[in-house]
Design a protein around this ligand. Structure first.
Ligand SMILES: Nc1ncnc2c1ncn2[C@@H]1O[C@H](COP(=O)(O)OP(=O)(O)OP(=O)(O)O)[C@@H](O)[C@H]1O
Length: 289
């Protein structure tokens, strides 16, 4: 088996300060009355400073809902969320806006064009969150340059529009924009899925550097293989509930839940060979039993 080596084990979790993110018993519903549907139930997850946690699940499992709820964009119907020790569960829209504006928590969309305004130059995209916080333009420009450097891009891109960059460069600019406010937690939705292998490796390297600098990361993906090498821990989401959480190494080498085994079967880079049809059907049967 060509298992990708998992990142550092949970040293930070054992000795470091309290979690940056603490989600406990989270339920989320969409719709009202007869159209009310449960999207998440009983989700409990914490992320320590400098820890990368992968949230893995198929389409519709609730990954984006979890991210959007943690960002205050979707209300929770039950449970609690603490961000950097602050209980944000009861926050109204104004409090959430303030929290996002402070930049403690940032989000990088799967499609970098969604994170970046197509009409703003890269420099303006990078300085905007700082100017909103009241940072002076000159200082904001200096910081923009240093963050561009941090994602291994050069200052000659600052005058360009997002449409004038490659997909990989855009994704790195999105990561830089998420970083300028000095967030404690960055949630990245499918950070590398749309990238070719060279850009994928570069972005994953940047994420590892970030983690090493103490930023907590939540890496959302349908593809266990794309985040297992970067995440310390993996949380597996199935039909709105977490069915398995463990170190990346344990989840990859000793998956406990049939759904995790099914996901591993679709990640041949981790498993050495894809699961055969009979094996997939047997696992599906176990899941619906
Ligand atoms: N705004 C919404 N209104 C009603 N139902 C929604 C809404 N957003 C998501 N859902 C439903 O909630 C469930 C979870 O969706 P969610 O988008 O969180 O899944 P996901 O795992 O992120 O999927 P994908 O990988 O396709 O983005 C799905 O059944 C989806 O149809």
């Amino acid at each position: 088996m060509t298992t990708t080596a998992p990142a550092a084990e949970n040293a930070v979790r054992e000795d470091g300060p309290g979690p940056v993110l603490e989600v406990s018993g989270l339920d989320v519903h969409y719709g009202r009355g007869r159209k009310r549907r449960r999207a998440l139930h009983g989700v409990t997850l914490d992320v320590a400073p400098g820890e990368a946690v992968g949230v893995i699940g198929e389409t519709g499992s609730g990954k984006s809902t979890l991210a959007r709820t943690v960002l205050g964009l979707v209300p929770a119907s039950a449970g609690s969320i603490r961000i950097a020790g602050e209980d944000v569960s009861g926050h109204g829209p104004r409090h959430w806006r303030d929290l996002r504006r402070r930049g403690v928590i940032q989000y990088v969309f799967q499609d970098p064009l969604r994170s970046l305004d197509p009409d703003l130059t890269i420099e303006d995209s990078l300085t905007e969150p700082l100017l909103i916080q009241g940072v002076r333009r000159q200082e904001a420009s200096l910081r923009a340059r240093s963050f561009l450097d941090r994602v291994h891009l050069t200052a000659d891109l600052l005058g360009r529009l997002p449409g004038e960059l490659s997909g990989g460069q855009r994704q790195r600019v999105s990561v830089a924009r998420a970083l300028v406010t000095g967030p404690r937690l960055v949630i990245l939705d499918e950070p590398v899925s749309a990238l070719d292998s060279a850009n994928r490796v570069q972005v994953l390297e940047i994420l590892k550097e970030l983690r090493a600098s103490g930023v907590a990361l939540v890496l959302i993906s349908h593809d266990l293989g794309s985040v297992a090498g970067t995440a310390d821990r993996i949380a597996v989401l199935y039909q709105g509930g977490l069915v398995e959480t463990g170190t990346a190494r344990d989840v990859v080498s000793r998956p406990q839940h049939p759904y995790t085994r099914l996901l591993l079967g679709s990640a041949p880079t981790l498993r050495g060979r894809p699961a055969g049809r009979a094996e997939r059907e047997a696992l599906r049967a176990l899941l619906s039993a």
